[in-house]
Design a protein around this ligand. Sequence first.
Ligand code: ATP
Ligand code: MG
Length: 486
Amino acid sequence: MFSRYKKTAGRPLPQPEAKPATSETATQTVAPQPAPQPAAKAPETPKPRPAVVRGLSEKELKRREKLAEVRVELHKRLLDTLNLAALEHASEADLKHEIAAICADGLAEMDIVLTREERATLHQELYDEVTGLGPLEPLLRDDTINDILVNGPKQIFVERAGKLELTPVVFKDDKHLMRVIDKIVSAVGRRVDESNPYVDARLKDGSRFNAMVPPIAVDGALVSIRKFKKDKLGIDELIKFGAFTEEMAMYLRAAVGAHLNIIVSGGTGSGKTTTLNALSSMIADNERILTIEDTAELQLQQIHVGRMESRPPNVEGKGEVSQRDCLRNALRMRPDRIIVGETRGEEVIDMLQAMNTGHDGSMTTIHANSARDAVSRLENMVAMAGIDMPLKAVRAQIASAVHLIVQASRLQDGSRRMVSITEVTGMEGDIITMQEIFRFKRYGIDENGKVLGHFEPTGIRSHFSERFKYSGFELPNHIYTQTAAQ
Ligand SMILES: Nc1ncnc2c1ncn2[C@@H]1O[C@H](COP(=O)(O)OP(=O)(O)OP(=O)(O)O)[C@@H](O)[C@H]1O
Ligand SMILES: [Mg+2]
């Protein structure tokens, strides 16, 4: 009855793992490639199961396939048999007991014998299927995983310790994946379908969730989950992981203490939010802080914190509360500091104004590849917001609003580092002037692919030294001159 297992020969996967050297029928490992994106053209035929299941023999694969079929069959029986309404109130133990009983009957009827471990796994999978997010549950439970990236039902990547890896986890088919997506988005009162093909949501545990479904997603739904970390990386851990040095931390502490306005710039997944969180942990306890985010990710430890989360429009296009709305309101709420999770659009105007008018010490993040680039992004955002101001005036606004740009970067070995700390010092003619104080200097890659390099001060003293001093942060001279021992 399980003869359905047959490798779909012929069409290679559109992803990079379909290396020409790999035999089509082989099931052996092919090293997963980082971040493959579905090919641009829509294939007519369904995607074959990826032949990339790490370290599994043909026999193990067949067994896995067989178990998957058993699971589907038993899941069907569970749905037929269980009273779903009653499930809401059932305890975990009761439900597991019930599942075990139904499984035992089903397996006996199908005349299938499982080992003890297989049975335990099956029970857990069915439990996850009934109560949670099915195949995603074990990945969500695994604390070593940062990101989960689903490219259609048969390909799930995770990021672990900075590296992307393909998992053997799969959904049964498109429908199964869509069911899980529906479960997530309906729990937050949203809908996702052909007419609303993408959605952002927050999972129960705080993880950030984004999905895009066909036909916009060509090869099946794309899902990205940024797992919520209960223990955000603190300053000490970040120093230990080599994200920045003690000296840089001293400097940043002075910058935060002296109420400099700070922008954390970086690419996607480069550690911007983590850095923003670390910087905000340096804020004194007696300050009133308001945070504004699309998905609440920041975890401030201070007592006096007001958190806001923007809201997208509902299905009828109504009820939107944008970051800009939150920001405008925040200004009436007497904050000492405002922290905006990410500045992306028209809220940039209010953010710059807030920074310029008495909310010194505000912070935000921005998608950009360098400090210079971050400034151009700000200029572009102001222009896109429809503000008709000469470029020079916009630049003058930016130059007086932003004091410091901290550049976060995910290096090719997966490590995240603060590759530059740059001060905005003013304007010269039409140009915003900046000076870099610290940088990460790379000199190569070792045999294991690890990036070699060290942090160094550029030798330039801070433009804000006086301000630091008045605020009670007199920094020793050596932090500007001596390269820290790595
Ligand atoms: N220095 C670091 N060392 C190790 N892991 C880190 C470091 N910085 C961030 N991370 C981890 O990397 C992941 C991405 O970090 P983060 O959410 O801060 O990035 P981001 O730039 O805000 O991403 P996005 O662009 O998606 O908002 C998180 O899981 C985080 O825990
Ligand atoms: Mg972020």
